[in-house]
Design a protein around this ligand. Structure first.
Ligand SMILES: *Cc1c(COP(=O)(O)O)cnc(C)c1O
Length: 395
């Protein structure tokens, strides 16, 4: 990975919109055409695969609608995400319930909406699926042990190959349709080789299931494809090469149907957060760094700065020139954890003052959807979507 700082160029439509409309800050602006272009690039890089957009990354209706119009499938995690996809014109049959943690009522809701496929990792959930979505397609989520990613899933999701094999056999016995295996190698996974071990584990489940008379046919390799923030991420083509190589190596005789389930890689580059400087503070005369407090922080959009996992490019908008210097970036709330970057080095102009604005780039994914509703009375991050250069007005 390239550790040089970079200055990505945001879609020009974003800054045109901000120049013309000057909306109150903080706000997220999303260029829907860029999200569609990223989706199309993914379908081109994985021509044999079904591309399923993970709605949680950015559930703005205009984004979901445009992707549905482009033929995308959707990974949904709750009844509310199902309803929002249907309202945006998605077909229930193109929704996949990827969350293994769901109530029987959630499954019944999904079944009534026509959701075809359900991920599962435990017998209790499998029984609930059999009861409330009879005959449904079921994929079993595998616990995998990939190389570190920026925001890993840890051990929260998935089961061992032995449990997975047992579950597919039980699914078949319960009249369900066990289609295959799903996995996720961690979000912002910067190693395109990360899928190799996970796909090998998946292949072992296909073999063990076949020995039990269950013939699996589908492999969902999850999302995880990284975005270039301050560090440059691998190209989509590198991920296609890595994942395809893993499939060839571990499924030598017959490759399964492939599902790729990106969230971040579809929407991150499509969005930009415009924020305002609330306060610049030098806490002691000898400090070389200033504290810069923005009107956006951990609780109203920048949740992924937790542990400084994601280092967004931050650019001054009202740059009066002159030298820059080191800063610690923090958010506006009365919470000691609402500090964005104190270890990751950031520099902003020495002339920066309250009222100046900054742009936070590549911020289309996991920002607005993570925003709290009213911590310290601060409203959720407002999203404006634009299509063909114009506000969609329905975000
Ligand atoms: C969040 C999630 C994704 C998307 O992950 P990205 O890292 O944003 O690509 C895909 N599948 C499942 C099951 C998820 O939970």
């Amino acid at each position: 990975m390239n550790h040089r700082d970079r200055t990505p160029t945001p879609p020009p439509a974003l800054r045109r919109f901000l120049g013309e409309h000057d909306p109150p800050t903080p706000c997220l602006v999303v260029d829907v055409d860029t999200a569609v272009a990223r989706y199309r690039a993914l379908t081109a890089a994985f021509p044999q695969a079904r591309i399923q957009y993970a709605v949680k990354a950015n559930p703005a209706p205009a984004v979901v609608r445009a992707l549905a119009d482009s033929g995308a499938w959707f990974d949904v995690a709750s009844p509310a995400e199902i309803d929002l996809c249907l309202a945006a014109g998605a077909d229930g049959e193109k929704l996949s319930y990827g969350n293994t943690i769901k109530k029987p009522a959630d499954i019944a809701h999904a079944h009534a909406a026509g959701v075809a496929e359900y991920a599962c990792e435990a017998a209790g959930d499998l029984q609930a699926i059999a009861a409330h979505a009879p005959g449904a397609q079921v994929s079993v989520r595998l616990l995998v042990d990939p190389p570190d990613s920026a925001t890993p899933f840890g051990r929260k999701f998935g089961c061992s190959p032995a449990v997975a094999t047992e579950l597919v056999a039980e699914a078949a016995a319960a009249g369900l349709d066990p289609v295959g295996v799903s996995l996720h190698v961690g979000s912002q996974q910067c190693d395109p080789g990360a899928w190799d071990g996970a796909v090998a584990t998946a292949a072992s489940v296909f073999t063990a299931a076949a020995e039990r008379g269950v013939h699996l046919r589908r492999l969902n390799v999850g999302g995880g494809l990284a975005t270039s923030y301050r560090e440059t991420a691998p190209a989509t083509a590198d991920y296609a090469t890595g994942i395809t190589a893993a499939l060839r190596a571990h499924f030598p005789s017959a490759e399964p149907e492939l599902v790729v389930e990106p969230g971040r890689a579809v929407v991150a580059d499509a969005g930009l957060i415009r924020a305002e400087v609330v306060l610049v503070s030098r806490k002691s005369p000898g400090d070389d760094h200033r504290w810069v407090y923005l009107d956006v922080g951990r609780y109203n959009g920048l949740a992924e700065t937790e542990n400084e996992a994601i280092a967004y490019p931050v650019e001054p908008v009202d740059d009066r020139g002159g030298p820059d210097g080191p800063v610690i970036l923090a958010g506006p709330t009365c919470d000691g954890d609402d500090v964005l970057y104190q270890r990751t080095p950031y520099r902003l102009p020495e002339s920066l003052r309250a009222g100046d604005r900054v742009d936070i780039l590549a911020a289309g994914a996991y920002t607005a959807s993570y925003s709290s509703v009213a911590f310290n009375g601060i409203p959720p991050l407002r999203t404006y979507c634009i299509r063909e250069g114009r506000p969609t007005g329905a975000d």
